[in-house]
Design a binder for this molecule. Structure first.
Ligand code: F6R
Length: 261
């Protein structure tokens, strides 16, 4: 795992966007795994700008999002399809048919989950998966105790996640209690992972995910099992990390990061 600490959240988002853009420039038909949430909004704003100024081309990119609320259709402003369309897909030159999220309106949960896994495999697997982390340590909506081998399925959200996300719903109680999510196993199958963590509120959970112990109580800690992970944090989110000095030293001295300095 490589850990990069940026001065502030804007720089962290910019670096994340640059890593995604470089991956697309190296492989124009990249299969990109995407996340939603407040942390990702500045990343998508950067990617929109880069696309508009010709620095990255989404023409041949395929995307798969991590999750979607059960019961919410694409026109619902709280659905993740709506979030993705309005924050990214409607503003870049991606082909809409190449963008995928689980269908929140599917009635047969198992069938929809299996179909989603099939589609990911059929596309050749995910090349780069973008991740955030929830206050309870979740990646996607893999709540505590999700198996590290889990595949796409429906999960019941924890009260902590409910509290984190119900602020976006009006009334807050209208937030669904179930969501489709890629499994931890699905995420670990991707070829590369880039996790972005920003803000003081995430400092404790960031430390648990990055520096261990490995436990399904913090599903974000599963990234320690992956061989190609970069975690990008701002100073606030990195404030409790024990090995902070080493991460900074490694970032400065590893030639592979030179183009990002
Ligand atoms: C959403 C997702 C979640 C979020 C996490 C953090 O697609 O994958 O795991 O990344 O809940 O959300 P924010 O960024 O809103 O704090």
């Amino acid at each position: 795992m490589e850990v990069i600490i940026c001065e502030n959240s804007k720089k962290a988002a910019r670096l994340t966007a640059k890593m995604i853009a470089n991956a697309i420039n190296e492989k124009p038909n990249l299969v990109l795994g995407l996340a939603t949430g407040a942390t990702m909004e500045p990343v998508y704003a950067e990617l929109v700008q880069m696309n508009c100024s010709g620095k990255v081309d989404f023409k041949d990119v395929t995307t798969f999002n991590l999750d979607e609320y059960v019961g919410l259709g694409p026109n619902n402003k709280n659905s993740y399809r709506y979030y993705m369309d309005s924050n990214l897909f409607d503003k870049i030159n991606i082909k809409k048919e190449n963008t995928h999220l689980p269908n929140g309106l599917a009635l047969d949960y198992n069938e929809e989950a299996d179909k989603y896994e099939f589609m990911i495999n059929n596309a050749g697997g995910i090349d780069l998966q973008l991740l955030g982390i929830g206050n309870d340590g979740h990646i996607g909506f893999n709540e505590p105790m999700s198996s590290f081998a889990s595949k796409t399925r429906v999960k019941v959200l924890t009260p902590e996640t409910y509290e984190q996300n119900c602020i976006y719903f009006n009334p807050p109680e209208s937030m669904p209690k179930l969501a489709f999510t890629m499994g931890v196993g699905t995420i670990l199958n991707s070829k590369q992972i880039v996790m972005l963590i920003t803000g003081k509120k995430k400092a404790n959970i960031a430390t648990q995910a990055i520096e261990g112990p490995l436990t399904s109580m913090v599903t974000g800690s599963a990234i320690q099992l992956h061989q190609n992970v970069t975690v990008i944090l701002d100073e606030d989110a990195a404030s409790n990390l024990k090995m902070k000095d080493y991460y900074n030293f490694a970032f400065k001295n590893n030639p592979k990061w030179q183009r990002y300095q």
